[in-house]
Design a protein around this ligand. Structure first.
Ligand SMILES: Nc1ncnc2c1ncn2[C@@H]1O[C@H](COP(=O)(O)OP(=O)(O)OP(=O)(O)O)[C@@H](O)[C@H]1O
Ligand SMILES: [Mg+2]
Length: 260
């Protein structure tokens, strides 16, 4: 019986409930979206874990004004198990696994350590309905390993051509992995719905033509000053500016993620 339960658990360790938020390019809204999506799913009654996967330059604590005792630094140095390193954050109604300032995965984490991190995450993810990972910028090995371990990746881009180029490169790396994740695109800071859709179509065509990769449109989030303001106040956007037009955009994205 115990044997059967253990094998059942291992069969489910496939990261299907993990959504990685990635972009290639920096400053496009990954941290804002990771926090806001985790918050929105928690509001709808789901049990959510939010992970700061930006190992060197974590942002979640800063955007929410947190001062957590435990973080990924202790997990990676073997001081604290991952499941004891999460903190419940009442402001967003979910558990947070914070990053650690100055950790450089590329310089001191071996591939083995990164794989252990991924395996710990898979096991921890079993206790949640959804896990959101805020990935760092670029295409270094932590990002490609965590990104390809997730069931799906939200590719965040803006109308800026450099953002599109970096998003394309990220999809290229992730889609070449043995078990590629499912890709969805979020066009953030869009000036208009039409321009957001055009941006998605440009990325889609490049990925279809040259990578044979499929990307669905998850949503378009408009440029909205309330978002900057909420981050400046280190407050969650959804509860600070519930009437902001961009809240509707977030609701559309949440409903896409729940119904796909
Ligand atoms: N839809 C939006 N409208 C207006 N401003 C936005 C929007 N989305 C994000 N921002 C602003 O963009 C900035 C960058 O956002 P954020 O830190 O979430 O990006 P990031 O991709 O996580 O950056 P990094 O690569 O540095 O981790 C923030 O200052 C935020 O206020
Ligand atoms: Mg960030």
């Amino acid at each position: 019986m115990v044997q059967e339960n253990i094998s059942n658990i291992y069969e489910r360790l496939d990261g299907q409930n993990i959504i990685a938020v990635a972009s290639g390019k920096g400053g496009v809204g990954k941290t804002f979206l990771s926090i806001t999506l985790a918050h929105a799913f928690a509001i709808s009654g789901e049990k959510v874990l939010l992970v700061d996967g930006d190992l060197g330059l974590p942002n979640i604590d800063i955007q929410l004004g947190l001062n957590t005792t435990y973080d990924l630094g202790q997990v990676l140095t073997g001081k604290t198990p991952m499941n004891q390193s999460v903190s419940f954050v009442p402001a967003i109604g979910c558990d947070v696994l914070s990053g650690h300032l100055g950790l450089s995965a590329t310089t001191f984490l071996s591939d083995g350590q990164l794989q252990l991190l991924r395996d710990d995450l898979y096991i921890l993810a079993q206790h949640y309905d959804h896990v959101f990972i805020d990935l760092g910028t670029g295409i270094e090995k932590t990002i490609t390993l965590l990104g390809s371990s997730a069931g799906s990746v939200l590719i965040v881009c803006t109308e800026d051509p450099t953002s599109l180029a970096d998003a394309y490169t990220l999809v290229k790396y992730l889609s070449s992995r043995p078990k590629p994740p499912r890709f969805s695109v979020v066009v953030n800071m869009a000036n208009t719905q039409k321009e957001g859709e055009r941006t998605y179509q440009t990325l889609l065509k490049a990925c279809q033509n040259f990578l044979n990769a499929e990307l669905s449109l998850g949503g378009i989030i408009h440029q909205e000053s309330h978002i900057k303001e909420a981050i400046r106040q280190q407050m969650p956007f959804l509860t600070t500016y519930p009437d902001s037009p961009a809240v509707k955009d977030i609701e559309t994205l949440v409903s896409y993620l729940k119904n796909r």
